[in-house]
Design a protein around this ligand. Structure first.
Ligand code: HEM
Length: 158
């Protein structure tokens, strides 16, 4: 004997839950796509291949913007970045060369080392040496020195 399937009961007060879930997923996907379009870094959680390939001291390094959040991810002896006067330096290959020793520099791995660098009385030669390690610069809103109204010091290089 044939059975007749009846449609599930519907009422205005209880809309179908499946349809509701579907529309929420689509909305989320649309929002993420829009964010990725407007500002890719706002939805990127891991360092991208592009950022991983920065060559320290390369001429284009001064045009790269790197956030403090990205700097924080580079805090190991094999991959060590520091911030000095709003600029980001990859000092991974400098540990053995540093006249002040490796340990003192590693204390600032992934962090801002401006005050420590300044208070160690580094020479003009040391300031010049920074150029070899440059990988980028902080975004304007995260800078302390190189921004309108920022802290002014006589020894901040151009
Ligand atoms: C990429 C970053 C750095 C570069 C290129 C650098 C470079 C140098 C250079 C060339 C010297 C020899 C003295 C001079 O010319 O001033 C020196 C000494 C020294 N540095 Fe650094 N330095 C860096 C980061 C740091 C940091 C973050 C600290 C943390 C406190 C530090 C602490 C010292 C100290 C204490 C000395 C004195 C060593 C001594 O006289 O025995 N340096 N550094």
């Amino acid at each position: 004997m044939a059975t007749v399937q009846t449609a599930p009961e519907m009422s205005l007060s209880s809309p179908l839950p499946v349809q509701q879930e579907q529309s929420e997923i689509d909305l989320m996907a649309l929002t993420m796509a829009a964010l990725r379009f407007v500002n890719p870094w706002s939805v990127e959680t891991k360092p991208s291949q592009w950022q991983a390939q920065i060559v320290p001291g390369a001429p284009e390094a001064k045009d790269r913007t790197i956030t403090l959040a990205e700097v924080r991810m580079h805090d190991t002896p094999q991959d060590c970045w520091v911030v000095i006067y709003d600029r980001v330096y990859d000092i991974t290959n400098f540990f053995d060369e540093h006249p002040g020793g490796a340990d003192i520099m590693f204390e600032y791995a992934g962090h801002d080392a401006s005050t420590a660098f300044r208070s160690s009385g580094h020479s003009r030669m040391a300031l010049k040496a920074l150029e070899r390690f440059l990988v980028g610069e902080l975004p304007l809103q995260e800078r302390m020195y190189r921004r309108p109204g920022g802290i002014r010091l006589s020894d901040i290089p151009e």
